[in-house]
Design a binder for this molecule. Structure first.
Ligand SMILES: Nc1ncnc2c1ncn2[C@@H]1O[C@H](COP(=O)(O)OP(=O)(O)OP(=O)(O)O)[C@@H](O)[C@H]1O
Length: 673
């Protein structure tokens, strides 16, 4: 059975009645009846149905055919694939923006396979007799570079050996003459002078051999060079420092030249992820290289002897694929971005794809690809595949979608495979995947558990009874972990114009939330919040709280404090709030509900529109009741425990009054009826 199934099944208000007794003597609020939302198709029941996997039949993923070319192995990024194919034929630059692990570098690699075949080239540096600090650059067909260097080296060796033979004969002659003429000391002295002169004055043929700085094989495909995180030298080329700069010990400048990623990517693809982390000066140089198609190599460190050296321009006609997340666009040199836009394409990577049989079939192929790439783990049987698909759905965080953060999903595939391999099993099964999910938890998830344990130790987690002004909110930590985040509010008469008192980041969140709900508060309690000071505190921490999803919690805490109405502590809530009192969708609902369950909270209020996004793990299903709501009145009705129920209901009615809401919540209508 699917998670949402249980969530939806228990979404009806009747379940609230079975929730633990909240406070002796206090009646539980009535729960409005609710229609059962549509339940998405489940995986488990369809696990072994070929139709479920898009019509493909397999015993294990070993039966799945994997396309040979990398571009055909990319899953779910149809738009990006189309752009890459087009850019490859036209030799255009591409900027890919999207979350980590969605296939950006895979696409860049695939592009290098797609580039039209070109004659590759080798690049050599030669000493410059006229200006030793300006090495000469020569470009030759691929494969020739090695031959040229070998020929020069052989020639140099030949010259050196004939010179050495001559020298030996000379020394021998001098020593013999000295011996027979009785001038041995004089002879030795002459030999030493001769050796020293020879060393300093004779050209060092070996050192004068050209250096191959970019080497390709004659049949090489277009290179793919990853310049991610490169410092200036690694990206643009460098000239090594020479500690011995005279006395015949120095290394000639051309021999100290090192090619950069831009040169090694000549006629191929240069991929730079997190482009915004490159220094602005490097981005500027990158732009010059893109424009000119050649870039001289010079020492990148000012204090190195290499800084004196500057080669002739070195060819670097590469196609640039810049990548990053949305921040990358801000940190990017505007001229560089403009260059890519003007001579290429920009692509936004999808984070999810529709949960259709065809896409599920693609994910089955993804698992087969990952197993094949790993080379050590056993293939997956259909039960294991269905569990991975289930996780893909869960991680998408959206109804009817599958995640495309495939590097992370690939991580789960590998851990499950490792478990199967350790156990000596011939195939990876559902059990291995379930166990792997426990092992391969993110750091955030583990920290969240640690946080729950710690707050329990200090009695900061309250999951039963009622309290005025305290509400269990929920937050997302990182990408895939949730946390219970209690919020307390206290209201005092204001001496001035009324203020929202909170600290740090919370101040903004609280001010924003309270501003949004001030109209509702006024309708509910008749209090003008400008006449009171509202103190708000997130207990424990406020890290990772997105202000928006805390607004339902903050509003409930403030109303409870203003009206002195206790709040149920076995209830947690999340939701964004419109100024008109509509509860709007938020992110990370699955992780938030799981965090509530882990903390021992039995009831979670979520926005109705998030209901289909709920894909909680099997083990939490029986632990929580999920209450989907559309209006703040419903939240208050579930969470607050008023003494005077009648007056409370009347006030609740005031919130929606005079607001032209097309349809009042069914739940409230039914309850009233
Ligand atoms: N769309 C995809 N199709 C198939 N496999 C994928 C896809 N996205 C990611 N993967 C798998 O995840 C691995 C890592 O993806 P990749 O390095 O391309 O991600 P990225 O977007 O470049 O991430 P980052 O920005 O962190 O470098 C790939 O080698 C591949 O195994």
């Amino acid at each position: 059975m699917d998670d949402t199934d249980s969530a939806a099944g228990r979404a009806g208000g009747a379940d609230l009645g079975t929730a633990p007794v909240i406070s002796p003597g206090v009646q539980e609020p009535e729960t409005p009846a609710r229609e059962e939302p549509a339940v998405p198709k489940t995986y488990a029941s369809d696990s072994f149905d070929p139709e479920f996997f898009g019509g493909i039949q397999f015993d294990t993923t070993a039966d799945i055919v994997i396309p040979p070319s990398l571009i055909d192995q990319v899953i779910g990024q149809e738009h990006a694939v189309e752009v890459i194919k087009k850019a490859a034929t036209q030799r255009r630059h591409v900027m890919m923006i999207g979350s980590p692990g969605t296939g950006k570098s895979m696409l860049a690699k695939a592009m290098s396979e797609l580039l039209p075949k070109e004659e590759m080239q080798d690049i050599l540096t030669y000493p410059n007799a006229e200006d030793s600090n300006n090495p000469i650059i020569r470009v030759v067909p691929a494969g020739r570079g090695k031959e040229i260097v070998a020929a020069h080296r052989a020639e140099a060796r030949k010259r050196v050996s004939s010179r050495n033979t001559m020298l030996m004969v000379l020394i021998l002659g001098i020593l013999l003459f000295a011996f027979f003429s009785g001038q041995i000391l004089m002879g030795l002295f002459i030999v030493i002078i001769l050796l020293m002169a020879f060393r300093t004055m004779m050209p060092r043929d070996e050192a004068m051999v050209p250096k191959l700085i970019v080497s390709n094989k004659p049949d090489s495909k277009a290179p793919f060079v990853d310049g991610t995180g490169s410092h200036a030298g690694a990206l643009l080329g460098d000239v090594r420092h020479d500690p011995f700069q005279s006395g015949g010990l120095e290394t000639p400048a051309h021999d100290r030249v090192e090619a950069g990623a831009i040169h090694r990517a000549h006629k191929g693809v240069l991929f730079i992820d997190e482009i915004n982390t490159l220094e602005l000066s490097s981005q500027q140089s990158l732009l010059t290289a893109l424009q000119e198609g050649e870039f001289p190599i010079t020492g990148q460190s000012d204090r190195s002897s290499g800084a004196m050296v500057r080669t002739e321009p070195v060819p670097c006609r590469f196609i640039m694929i810049a990548a990053g997340n949305l921040d990358a666009m801000q940190g990017m040199h505007p001229a560089l971005r403009s260059r890519i836009r003007g001579y290429g394409y920009e692509v936004y990577m999808s984070e999810t794809m529709d949960d259709t049989p065809a896409n599920r079939a693609r994910l089955v192929r993804f698992i087969a690809q990952e197993v094949q790439n790993d080379g050590k783990i056993p293939h997956f049987d259909p039960s294991a595949v269905s569990e991975i698909l289930r996780e893909a759905r869960r991680r998408s965080g959206r109804k009817g979608h599958l995640t495309l953060k495939l590097r992370d999903l690939g991580g789960l595939v590998r851990v499950a495979g490792d478990l199967a391999r350790q156990a000596g099993d011939p195939a990876t099964t559902m059990k291995h995947v379930v166990d792997a999910k426990q092992i391969a938890r993110s750091v955030e998830d583990q920290i969240s558990d640690e946080y729950i344990r710690r707050t329990r130790d200090y009695d900061l987690t309250i999951v039963s009874g009622t309290l005025v002004g305290r509400v269990n909110g929920l937050a997302v930590v990182g990408n895939d972990a949730g946390s219970v985040l209690p919020i307390t509010a206290e209201v005092t008469p204001s001496q001035g114009a009324g203020a929202v008192i909170a600290t740090g980041l919370l101040k903004e969140i609280a001010q924003e939330s309270i501003k949004n709900v001030s109209a509702l508060i006024k309708k509910f309690s008749g209090t003008d919040i400008r006449k009171v000071d509202i103190h708000v505190q997130f207990i424990g921490t406020y890290n990772g709280v997105e202000g928006d999803s805390a607004s339902v919690t903050v509003a409930t805490a403030v109303i409870s404090a203003l009206e002195d109405i206790p709040v149920r502590q076995d209830v947690a809530m999340t939701g964004s709030l419109s100024v008109r009192g509509d509860v709007l969708p938020i992110g990370g609902v699955t992780y938030k509900i799981e965090a509530a369950a882990k903390a021992g909270i039995h009831t979670v209020i979520i926005p109705q529109s998030n209901l289909d996004d709920v894909l909680i793990e099997e083990r939490y299903r029986e632990m929580v009741t999920i209450i989907p709501v559309t209006r703040i009145e419903e939240v208050l009705k579930y969470a607050l425990v008023p003494q005077d129920k009648e007056a409370f209901e009347k006030k609740l009615g005031l919130i929606g009054k005079h607001m032209e809401i097309p349809k009042m919540p069914e739940a409230a209508e039914k309850a009233e009826a």
